[in-house]
Design a protein around this ligand. Sequence first.
Ligand SMILES: Cc1cc2nc3c(=O)[nH]c(=O)nc-3n(C[C@H](O)[C@H](O)[C@H](O)COP(=O)(O)O)c2cc1C
Length: 177
Amino acid sequence: MKKNILFQLTGSIACYKACNVVSRLAQEGFSVKTICSVNALKFIGKATLEGLTHNPVHVAAFEEKFALEHVEIVKWLDLAIICPATANIINKLAAGIGDDYISTTFLAFDFSKPYLIAPAMNKNMYSHPATVKAVKTLEGWGVKVLGTGVGYQACGDTGAGRLLEPEEIYGKICEYL
Ligand SMILES: Cc1cc2nc3c(=O)[nH]c(=O)nc-3n(C[C@H](O)[C@H](O)[C@H](O)COP(=O)(O)O)c2cc1C
C-alpha cells in the first residue's frame, strides 16, 4: 500500500518547483496532505495543491476544524517533508518555536518516522551562521536535511542554496520511506 506524505511548503520562490514533487507523488499513488505557511501562499495558490492532491490545504494552526490536527496528522503520516524550507522555518524549528501549523506539528513529531527538510534560499542565508547552526541542531535531532543545488539564484546571485531538482527530492522521499 502506498504511504502517507505530509508535504509542507514555506515562503520561497521555489514553491513552484515543489509543486512538481507534489504532482509526482500524487501520480505515483501516494496519499499527500499539504500544509502551507502563510507566506508560501504568496508564491502559489491553494487551488494548485488541492487540485494535485485532492485534499484540502492546511494553513493556520487555529482553524476551527483542525484544532487537534497537528497531533492527528503526525499519527497519519509515514514521512514529513518541508519543501521548500526557508531560512526562517529552519531557524524557527531549531529554536523549538511552535507558533504556526508547521512548527507546532514539528514539536508534536514522532521521530521514529522520517522528517526531511529541503532548503531553498539565497547563498548568504544558507551560509549564515544561524542557519548553519540550525541545520546541525536539526540533524542532531534526527532530521534529514537534504543538500542544495549550486548555481543561479532568482535574486541574481550564484551559489549554494538552490532547491534540489524535483526528481532528486522525489528520489530522497522514496529512499527514506
Ligand atoms: C520574492 C521573495 C522570494 C523569497 N525567497 C526566499 C527563499 O527562497 N528562501 C528563503 O529562505 N526566504 C525567501 N524569502 C523570504 C521569506 O519569504 C521570509 O523570510 C518569510 O518570512 C518566510 O516565512 P515562512 O518561513 O513562514 O514561510 C523570499 C521573499 C520574497 C519577497
